[in-house]
Design a protein around this ligand. Structure first.
Ligand code: NAD
Length: 319
């Protein structure tokens, strides 16, 4: 088969953050002689969560960060143990492996993690800042806000792939780019669409029900994105929005789902963040750059988020 482009692995991209993370861990030695401590809470037997936890541990330890996995057979014990970790000065970061209950209770549980230790960036304050295009936590702009780590990982991947254009003003570096995002979950797809639109892109957000357009309007006149409904989901509408899309990002949690290769325009960038391969092998005949998985970049981002949280906590103490 003719493969005009290249496949880029997440490990290639995550590597570039290793040095930054190691240096930061070093600079925290006076505060954390044994390295900062990240605690993961696992109360399911999902093999994907298990693997993600193992990779997080491996990556953390390789970079001088301590990682502790706390397992619970009884889901009911999770909340009080998270609260305990919130109050424990020895814990720097907390993450939960979802699904736990597999329903709306998971959103409640997620908000139990205090925002000062929320390495995944899922606290409501961080979401609200993202949706409103607010980049700092304070008026003096000294404390940078935290971004949810999977959407952030995709942004960093797009920076690596040189889709973000550094010649454009900060905050407009996706101006002129058209993206399709197949997933509109509150964990990844919707914040990702908002983030890319806030940075100037036109984003077509696709879920099982409908297709929406996220933009900052003509000439990027608005300071944050707005959303327009384009219509119910249909193959025709999906094909239409893909016709001139520069980037196609997929996150469908199903083994059998394959994004139709014939919808991808020649030379588009294709990124899959689902734990299942959402593109067929023949995507390589169309894509210029193809990123088949993103998990390793997500892990790098959550470690980076943790170090930023430690930094923010120290800055607040010194204020
Ligand atoms: P979810 O079930 O909450 O959301 C799935 C989304 O995909 C929904 O918006 C749904 O409407 C949409 N969808 C499903 N089938 C579709 C179809 N046929 N056409 C169009 N849209 C469709 O799942 P989630 O939490 O967003 O996770 C999605 C996937 O991403 C999972 O495989 C998960 O493991 C993975 N994930 C990866 C990372 C990472 O770092 N790489 C992080 C989080 C989640």
């Amino acid at each position: 088969v003719n493969k005009p482009g290249r496949t880029i692995l997440a490990s290639t991209i995550s590597k570039i953050y290793d040095e930054e993370i190691r240096q930061k861990v070093e600079s925290l030695r006076p505060l954390r002689p044994e390295g900062p401590l990240l605690v993961g809470f696992l109360a399911n037997s999902d093999p994907a969560a298990e693997m993600y936890a193992r990779w997080t541990q491996k990556t953390s330890e390789a970079l001088g960060i301590r990682y502790e996995l706390r397992r619970f057979a009884d889901k009911d014990l999770l909340e009080e143990n998270i609260i305990e970790a919130n109050n424990d000065d020895g814990v720097d970061g907390i993450m939960i492996y979802f699904p736990v209950f597999g329903n709306a209770q998971d959103q409640y549980l997620q908000q139990t993690v205090c925002k000062e230790k929320d390495v995944e960036g899922l606290n409501h304050v961080y979401y609200q800042n993202l949706y409103h295009n607010v980049r700092y936590l304070d008026d003096h702009e000294t404390l940078k806000s935290i971004l949810p780590c999977t959407p952030l990982a995709i942004v960093k991947i797009l920076e690596y792939l040189k889709i973000y254009n550094p010649l454009l003003p900060d905050g407009n570096q996706m101006y002129g780019k058209k993206c399709v995002v197949v997933n509109r979950s509150e964990i990844v797809g919707r914040p990702l669409a908002a983030l890319l639109a806030n940075d100037g892109a036109t984003v077509y957000s696709v879920d099982v029900n409908n297709i929406q357009k996220f933009t900052r309007g003509e000439g990027l006149s608005a300071i944050k994105h707005h959303v327009e409904d384009l219509g119910d989901y249909s193959e025709q509408l999906l094909r239409d929005v893909c016709r001139d899309a520069d980037i196609v990002i997929t996150g469908v949690p199903s083994e059998s789902y394959k994004f139709p290769t014939e919808y991808i325009r020649d030379g588009a960038i294709c990124i899959n963040f689902s734990s299942f391969k959402n593109f067929s092998e023949d995507v390589k005949t169309k894509a210029s750059l193809y990123v088949p998985m993103t998990g390793k970049v997500t892990i790098a981002m959550l470690l980076r988020n943790m170090l930023r949280l430690v930094d923010n906590r120290e800055k607040i103490k010194a204020m």
